[in-house]
Design a protein around this ligand. Structure first.
Ligand SMILES: [Zn+2]
Length: 141
């Protein structure tokens, strides 16, 4: 699992070559090139091409926003719709993942695909008031 690059590793006031940006963020040069293709601004007035620290931080900040979809209390995350969705019939299975966390699993009321939400086990009671929760056997330690 790659950890998410930390925008704070980048100084807003300096410029980076693709190689320097990759080293500063602990990602590959290929990753930086992919970001440039998907909209990271590159200063092409002279070689080597430079990335403004400021632009890089903005770019990473926007990506982080897209990655975190805010969920309403009665929603799970549907990876097919890429959005928060109510589970069909408000029916969810609750599958313990670790001693502290559990996964709520349901079917998207829009596309019918699987959707889920990680919750703290202390919140199971709270979610039981919103959803019809069926507690399943999980990978308990
Ligand atoms: Zn869906």
């Amino acid at each position: 699992m790659a950890k998410r690059p930390n925008p704070r590793a980048i100084k807003a006031t300096r410029t980076y070559t693709v190689e320097e940006a990759a080293i500063a963020l602990g990602v590959s040069i290929g990753t930086i090139r992919a970001w440039v293709k998907s909209g990271l601004p590159l200063m092409k007035s002279r070689r080597p091409f430079l990335i403004l620290g400021d632009a890089l931080r903005d770019f990473l900040g926007n990506r982080a926003k897209v990655a975190t979809v805010p969920l309403q209390p009665d929603q799970l995350y549907c990876p097919t719709c890429k959005a928060g969705r109510r589970p069909m019939g408000l029916l969810v299975d609750c599958i313990p993942q670790t001693p502290k966390t559990a996964r709520l699993f349901g079917l998207c009321e829009v596309c019918g695909g699987p959707c889920n939400r990680m919750i703290s086990q202390t919140k199971i009671d709270h979610f039981s008031q919103i959803f019809e929760v069926a507690i399943k056997e999980g990978r308990q330690a």
